[in-house]
Design a protein around this ligand. Structure first.
Ligand code: CIR
Length: 250
């Protein structure tokens, strides 16, 4: 599931990135290439319309977390993003039973890393302990083990760590404590590429920005199959490759 880029993206939320000009046409071309890459990897694309006056709505990952058994509709940490959930919720209702994170919980899907039956929830500026507790209650009955992980100096947990294989993570160890991921092997990002820890796993491959060739080499050296795309324009909106989709079995 993806979502069109709103023309209002120029007014997006920014936390760790300095605002710079976003070329909307180029961003849309890069986004279309991203969707084509997902299709090449076997996905069927369900593309939602951009929400009116929802600058960040392309970052659909933040609105929900989709498990095989249930979809958890989030409550985004940025008040400006709360309206994004309703269209996603309607679309997901076709595929999964729904549950909701309620006040005082706030959660962005970018803070939730699912690796098999293990779920890591980043405690960040966007995601709080109440949401972590609610999510735990929702999914523990299905056999998921949920763990809270503090995140520092970056927006979301998945800015710092993503899953790139069975029991294999890609990590920037300055932004998250590696000790939380016991039992996983780790590829560490090249020190020149601190933003390089966000890779999108689809089946046995990962989708990865062309901007991080040194880390890409590290992934390939570990046998990870990498499909590169240009993702620079949405990076100016502090978005990375996981943010722009919800990937699930239909
Ligand atoms: C925001 O600050 O909410 C957006 N400009 C960027 C969200 C990126 N989402 C993600 O990493 N999951």
């Amino acid at each position: 599931m993806t979502r069109e880029i709103s023309a209002s993206i120029v007014n997006c939320e920014l936390t760790h990135v300095v605002r710079s000009h976003i070329d909307l046409a180029l961003a849309r071309r890069q986004h279309a290439d991203y969707e084509r890459c997902l299709a090449t990897l076997g996905c069927s694309i369900v593309r939602l319309d951009a929400g009116e006056d929802m600058p960040d709505s392309v970052f659909v990952e933040d609105t929900a977390v989709v498990f095989d058994e249930v979809a958890v509709i989030g409550r985004p940490g940025a008040a400006s993003r709360r309206g994004e959930t309703s269209a996603v919720e309607s679309a997901l209702a076709t595929y999964r039973p729904l549950v909701h994170v309620d006040e005082p919980g706030t959660i962005d899907g970018g803070d939730v890393l699912v690796a098999g039956r293990r779920v890591f929830v980043g405690l960040s500026r966007r995601t709080n302990r109440s949401a972590f507790e609610q999510l735990t209650r929702f999914v523990r009955p299905f056999g998921y083990q949920v763990r809270a992980v503090p995140v520092r100096e970056c927006l979301h947990l998945k800015s710092a760590v993503t899953c790139v294989g069975n029991d294999l993570i890609l990590v920037n160890a300055n932004w998250v404590d590696l000790a939380a991921f016991d039992g996983f092997d780790a590829v560490v990002v090249d020190p020149m590429e601190p933003w390089g820890a966000n890779a999108l796993r689809v089946g046995d491959a990962v989708v990865y920005p062309r901007a991080f060739p040194l880390t890409r080499q590290r992934l390939e050296d570990r046998g990870v199959v990498v499909h590169t795309i240009d993702a620079d324009e949405l990076a100016k909106a502090e978005g990375a490759v996981t943010c722009c989709s919800l990937i699930f079995r239909s």
